[in-house]
Design a protein around this ligand. Structure first.
Ligand SMILES: [Zn+2]
Length: 333
């Protein structure tokens, strides 16, 4: 497109009422301002109030109430471009003069409980974290709130969605691994992590199914049994490392399933075996462990590197190593 036909970009006025979806939340914008450098991310503060006249009528006697007091509640809202958006909502307290009853504006549709995030902001954060793999701290930075605020909101809302969704009904292949979650002497140091590998069949990423404290045959057995017969009948593949406990559990609960050792652990086992053989050959040849300058020791990394990542130098090194008769065991390993 040449210069003449390119349309001029339009000048538009930032209209918070329209752009931030405040109509749906029942909020009316009073005024707004932007803080921060003009060329960098900033903070837009939107002063608004609930746009409801029904709240002024007394629920008991139906009289028209007066506003007794008001305060500002700050809610972090969905970011606008690079700018964080904070809603400063004026919450009013009403008082009915005839029956002296008092009540406040209902903000449940705007921000649940005493939460710091607006309802759309919670869903926005959940989407960023769960679907776009954004970190909680990056989310918190964009929303201009503390890390713990986003962490709590995402976990609470995520658990609600998990309870509603039937995440076990489509599972046909699972992966099991352990994770050290506490480095200490007391209590369970491990959690067993169970992922759903079924989406991998279509090239989509695997998804986390559950995490259970502990790492034993019993933990996995009880978890699988708790899912019910329908689940155990459907699971046909279980990927795991070479830990005997899981093998036992799988054999007792889902005996029909194919056990697979995942690629990471296959490589890990093979590498450990190669290193073991290298150490043995070193001791056989010199009667001590390898040190810098020993050919076997100097090749310790090249031996564990796959062919495609091995440079010309590494390949030549291995060739000279394998040329020695006593090192032929390494080629077999
Ligand atoms: Zn009243």
């Amino acid at each position: 497109m040449n210069e003449e036909t390119r349309p001029e970009p339009e000048f538009i006025v930032f209209d918070p009422q329209r752009f931030l979806g405040l109509d749906e939340m029942g909020l009316r914008v009073l005024s707004w301002r932007r803080l921060g450098r003009p060329d960098g991310p900033g903070l837009r503060q939107i002063r608004c109030e609930p746009d409801s006249h029904d709240a002024r009528w007394c629920p008991s006697c139906g009289a028209y109430a007066r506003v007794r007091s008001s305060w500002l509640r700050t809610l972090a809202h969905v970011p606008y471009g690079d700018d964080a958006v904070h809603l400063l909502v004026r919450v009013r307290r009403y008082e009915c003069v005839p029956c002296s009853r008092s009540w406040s504006d209902d903000l449940e549709a705007v921000g649940a409980g005493r939460g710091v995030l607006s309802v759309p902001a919670v869903m926005w954060a959940l989407r960023r974290v769960c679907l776009d793999s954004m970190t909680v701290s990056a989310c918190a930075r964009l929303l201009h709130v503390a890390w713990a605020v986003v962490d709590r909101a995402v976990r609470e809302q995520g658990m609600l969605l998990l309870e509603q969704a039937d995440r076990f009904s489509s599972v046909r292949a699972i992966g099991v691994d352990e994770h050290v979650w506490r480095h200490g002497a007391f209590g369970d140091r491990y959690v067993t992590v169970i992922v759903d590998l079924t989406p991998r069949c279509d090239g989509r990423p695997a998804r986390l199914l559950d995490m259970v404290p502990g790492r034993s045959a019993q933990v996995l057995r009880e978890w699988m049994q708790a899912r019910g017969g329908e689940f155990t009948r459907r699971v046909g593949v279980v990927a795991m490392d070479a830990f005997a406990g899981w093998k036992q559990a799988v054999e007792s609960v889902v005996p029909h399933a194919v056990e697979v050792i995942d690629p990471f652990h296959v490589v890990q086992l093979a590498a450990a075996r190669v290193t073991k053989v290298r150490c043995r050959l070193q001791r056989d040849a010199t009667g001590r462990r390898g040190v810098k300058g020993d050919r076997l020791y100097d090749c310790r990394r090249a031996l564990l590197t796959s062919d495609e990542y091995l440079g010309a130098r590494g390949r030549a090194r291995l060739m000279t190593l394998f040329a020695i008769q006593t090192n032929h065991d390494l080629m077999l390993a």
